[in-house]
Design a protein around this ligand. Structure first.
Ligand SMILES: Nc1ncnc2c1ncn2[C@@H]1O[C@H](COP(=O)(O)OP(=O)(O)OP(=O)(O)O)[C@@H](O)[C@H]1O
Ligand SMILES: [Mg+2]
Length: 383
């Protein structure tokens, strides 16, 4: 048993305020609100009690693994799929429950899916103007305004086949935004694009969406995309939203091990509670309120391990931030470009831990090194 006990373990860093505050609106209703949506296919529930609000000017990402029910949720909101129960409100007005059903075209919802097929026989201008009503001059003004926003004014008279994939994507975005929908629903809208183009197009799409002030619900299975785009992430698993919050808070205070693992590789240190503490190679962790004998898992991301050198069989001095150091033997080290990943076999119990270092650090296999856990970055979950 290590002697040092630190009281500060498993307290997540302070949440930061949303860096892009939601724009104030004259009415207090969220643009989109869904309550208790359920949908089953052949007796299997794929959307279970999903509730969500999206405010004007805000991007919410519905994030989750393949098959968890994201697209089904979006299709129900769009009105192309029907829920078994639950309600959908747009700007505070009920558009669909099991009795009333406003058709898709009456819901003030813009859609952009993965296969955002433009009309091949229409010019860029006519594609964007397609869903617009009103006078010719008003339509023209809106088309010119959007072309400027997507930075494609020069392509006004071109046809889709004359544009690159990224340019077509921007035109599809402009087409969906043209009628000023209250809400934009986007289902993996970047997945068809060249990997190297994606980040640039994500950023420019975000600029346009913010400039338009639309509320956006974007579906993705890529955590990086959600972190990059979202004001708020709704993490979905097996038809349910398991956690919702700003990207920073979801990343730094996950509800469970699976939520932590969805965003990065994780290390898991197992132990059993005794006297409200768990003894590990890194000292004791407090587990208040958990009865003796409870199996717990301490989760830490590889970038939150610190590596230090061996000083003739001794490690660095313990600190309140990093707890007690523990020795491990390097099994292998790999250079990944932006960072190096070092794999350790721990002396304490033979378990394997991974640490990432943001530089070239390639110790030889067999080298003894010391590891420390950044205590405030550890999460303790019941096993
Ligand atoms: N019309 C349907 N009939 C029967 N099963 C369906 C239907 N639509 C969806 N499903 C099932 O519902 C589950 C959820 O599908 P959904 O398309 O919503 O997943 P997803 O989260 O969007 O996944 P992905 O990331 O792969 O697109 C899947 O198991 C799918 O097979
Ligand atoms: Mg899908």
């Amino acid at each position: 048993m290590n002697l040092i006990v630190f009281v500060g373990n498993a307290v997540p860093p302070k949440p930061v305020l949303n860096p892009q505050p939601v724009m104030s609106t004259p009415d207090t209703h969220p643009r989109l609100e869904i309550r208790n949506l359920r949908r089953a296919f052949a007796g299997r529930e794929v959307v279970s009690d999903v509730s969500l609000k999206v405010t004007r000017g805000q991007v919410t990402c519905l994030l989750g693994p393949s098959g968890c029910g994201k697209s089904t949720t979006l299709r129900i909101i769009a009105g192309v799929e029907m829920q078994n129960s639950g309600e959908i409100y747009v700007d505070g007005n009920l558009v669909c429950d099991t009795v009333h059903r406003v058709p898709p075209e009456g819901r003030s919802i813009g859609l952009m899916f993965q296969d955002f097929a433009l009309f091949p026989h229409l010019s860029v201008a006519d594609n964007i103007a397609f869903g617009l009503k009103g006078s010719k001059s008003n339509k023209r003004a809106r088309v010119l305004d959007l072309l400027e926003k997507i930075d494609l004014t020069r392509a006004i008279d071109q046809f889709p086949h004359e544009l690159s994939g990224g340019e077509q994507q921007r035109v599809a975005l402009a087409r969906a935004l043209a009628p000023r929908p209250s809400i934009m629903l986007m289902d993996e809208p970047f997945s068809g694009l060249d990997e190297r183009l994606k980040d640039e197009i994500r950023d420019s799409t975000l600029d346009v969406l913010k400039a338009e002030g639309t509320a956006v619900l974007l579906v993705t299975h890529e955590p990086d995309e959600a972190m990059r785009m979202a004001d708020e992430i709704a993490l979905m698993r097996d038809g349910r939203i398991v956690q919702q919050g700003a990207p920073y808070n979801i990343y730094n205070a996950p509800v469970d091990k699976a939520a932590a693992a969805f965003f990065s590789d994780i290390n898991v240190i197992r132990g059993k509670v005794k006297n409200a503490m768990v003894d590990t190679a890194f000292g004791a962790f407090l587990c208040p309120g958990r009865p003796d004998g409870t199996e717990v898992e301490i989760v830490i991301r590889p970038q939150h391990l610190r590596i230090d050198f061996d000083r003739g069989g001794r490690g660095p001095a313990p600190t309140p931030q990093d707890g007690t150091p523990a020795r491990g033997i390097v099994e292998r080290a790999r250079f990944m470009g932006r960072e190096s990943i070092v794999e350790f076999r721990m002396d304490f119990d033979g378990s394997v831990l991974h640490a990432t270092v943001p530089s070239v650090f390639l110790p030889k296999a067999g080298t003894p090194l010391w590891l420390m856990l950044r205590r405030e970055r550890c999460f303790v979950f019941p096993a």
